[in-house]
Design a protein around this ligand. Structure first.
Ligand code: SF4
Ligand code: SF4
Length: 434
């Protein structure tokens, strides 16, 4: 069965036309069109609002989520995580890696098309561009026009808006690592730490260049995820697909002809809306970010000419070849990734519920290993180290369990340890020789 699937895959690849790669020589001027997938794209993109507003949420007397690098602490809604507990981070990373893997196996570059910051910011920048400069034809004409006052004012306004968004992106990123409200004060009074200025500069320049100018070229040439995701696809992965059987041969619509077989009417709307400038009718291509905008475009054309939708639709190779696609629970990659996700969640929940308020380490002093006292007793000494993770200053009194006649000295006063600090003390334990 597997061999047959592979043969079918190879046959499909062999039949595929030569792909044309967008090398960035022509600027993509994508048309914006409403539709189901455009709405989904707006909704998923809006989850990024948490990036902008998150740092301003408070929990008690401090920022709800704060990555305090200087203090080596991570505050998450009242829970403080110290480097001791950083093992949880590996499970958080595992969770997101497996989630990304599952999304890719099931729906190709769904992450790229709907969530990726590069795609979302580029979409926002191109929306501004369309608002300021008009539809693609007007934009191309404006670019070709010699510089004049009108062109200067339109271009200047667009770049000012792009730079403003880029700067807000930079400030928002920095705000996750320090008090967000104080950060604005520090920037405006030029008192911000040098690292805050570097973050602001790097993110402003990076966002402006990547979302304003490089756009889809980042997906083509820079993104490592775009390189590896192809190996995660299988014959059951859902991808935007042109229905060649229904669409070919292409022919312009002849409204006067009776009983005309209507396939692809060669209107090129699917190409016009594509943010990476590809023609999905040529088959799956490396530049397709699975955004579904070509589906919206083609569906709207089909609606206008009273033809059924879905000439372009999400489909799998198995679906194209007429096989029954496997369901998610019949696919080992999905099940394995889902199991890893469950394990990651269990470990993180366990970790968060079992964060101790203090870490205590006790090490015996080896030189000398023991002391024989004048009264015949034996005394050992121990070095205690206490790390206060409770988030408040605390007094610690040390008690020792063991023999009935054991005497402990060196812990007369409670040991004061400030929040997030370590303290050490020397402890003597004396016990009769017997
Ligand atoms: S081909 Fe369609 S799904 Fe792929 S990137 Fe272009 S518009 Fe998006
Ligand atoms: S939008 Fe649909 S009908 Fe128009 S060219 Fe693309 S596939 Fe053909």
């Amino acid at each position: 069965m597997q061999q047959q699937e592979n043969c079918q895959t190879l046959a499909a690849v062999a039949e595929a036309p030569v792909w044309e790669l967008n090398t960035g020589s022509n600027k993509i001027q994508a048309k914006r069109m409403s539709g189901r997938f455009r709405t989904i794209k707006w909704l998923t993109a809006s989850t990024w609002l948490i990036f902008f507003v998150g740092p301003y949420l408070r929990w008690g007397d401090r920022q709800a989520v704060l990555f305090d690098i200087a203090g080596s602490q991570f505050h998450l809604f009242g829970v403080t995580v110290y480097p001791y507990d950083v093992w949880m981070l590996s499970f958080v990373l595992l969770f997101f890696a497996m989630l990304l893997g599952i999304v890719t196996v099931l729906a190709g570059r769904g992450f790229c098309g709907y969530f990726c910051f590069q795609t979302v910011w580029t979409d926002l920048f191109s929306w501004i561009e369309a608002r300021m400069e008009g539809p693609p034809r007007a934009r191309i004409a404006l670019d070709a026009t010699p510089w004049n006052l009108r062109k200067l004012s339109i271009k200047l306004s667009k770049h000012v808006l792009w730079l403003t968004i880029s700067m807000i992106t930079g400030v928002s990123f920095a705000a996750w690592f320090t008090d967000a409200y104080q950060l604005w004060v520090d920037y405006f009074t030029l008192q911000a730490h040098v690292s805050a200025w570097i973050v602001l500069l790097m993110f402003t320049a990076g966002t402006y260049l990547l979302a304003g100018f490089m756009r889809e070229q980042v997906c083509f040439w820079l993104c490592p995820y775009a390189r590896i995701q192809g190996v995660l696809y299988d014959n059951n992965t859902l991808l935007p697909t042109y229905d060649e059987d229904r669409g070919e041969p292409r022919a312009k619509l002849d409204r006067t002809a009776e009983n005309q077989r209507v396939g692809c009417v060669d209107c090129d709307q699917c190409v016009a809306v594509c943010p990476t400038g590809i023609d999905i009718r040529e088959g799956q291509q490396i530049g397709c970010i699975t955004c579904g905008l070509c589906i919206d475009a083609c569906d709207s054309v089909m609606d206008k000419i009273n033809q059924p939708r879905s000439l372009i639709r999400y489909n799998s190779l198995a679906g194209i070849l007429g096989d029954r696609p496997r369901r998610w629970y019949q696919r080992p990659q999905v099940l394995a990734s889902a199991a890893m996700i469950v394990i990651s969640v269990v470990f993180v929940v366990y970790g968060l519920n079992n964060i101790t308020e203090a870490e205590l380490s006790v090490s015996p002093k080896r030189q000398p290993t023991y002391v024989l006292m004048s009264d015949g007793a034996i005394q050992n000494s121990y070095q205690l180290r206490i790390f206060n993770k409770s988030g408040a200053d605390n007094n610690y009194r040390i008690e020792v369990d063991g023999f009935d006649d054991m005497l402990v000295t060196g812990n007369g006063k409670p040991l004061l340890v400030e929040a997030g600090r370590r303290a050490s003390a020397l402890l003597y334990v004396k016990v009769s020789r017997e």
